[in-house]
Design a protein. Structure first.
Length: 135
């Protein structure tokens, strides 16, 4: 169904209004997101703009050949340490993976790097946690 709706939208330029609580639908089909709560418009725009407005918290996983011990970075905050596997949060939107690797330097036996965008569920949850309480 998602594929069909995407094709109709793309090929025919047809606007499709989709009301759903299935956040996977939103991420896969909708280029534009409108959030309404109790009859009030909370957000109208593209999902990347919503992520940016919330300061999306990308996660970075560094895998080393062996446990390098403590790894402290000013460009990322360590949130979970599994020895050779270190999990960081990038709090600043403008921090690139290159910034982190440059700061890390060549003194480590780095095996793999993975960058994870926050899931749509996390973005929506953060939005609702930060929105002002409606009276």
């Amino acid at each position: 169904m998602r594929k069909f709706l995407s094709e109709v939208n793309r090929e025919r330029g047809t606007t499709i209004v989709l009301t759903t609580h299935d956040l996977q639908d939103i991420e896969e089909i909708c280029p534009r997101l409108i959030m309404v709560d109790d009859g009030k418009l909370l957000f109208d725009g593209e999902l990347p703009r919503l992520r940016e407005s919330l300061g999306s918290r990308r996660r970075l996983t560094l895998e080393f050949a062996s446990d390098p011990g403590a790894v402290a970075l000013s460009t990322a905050r360590l949130v979970h340490d599994e020895g050779a596997l270190k999990h960081f949060l990038l709090d600043r939107e403008d921090t690139s993976i290159l910034d982190v690797l440059t700061e890390l330097g060549s003194g480590y036996d780095l095996k793999d790097v993975a960058l994870h965008e926050p899931a749509i569920e996390e973005v929506i949850r953060t939005f609702y946690q930060q929105k002002p309480v409606l009276v």
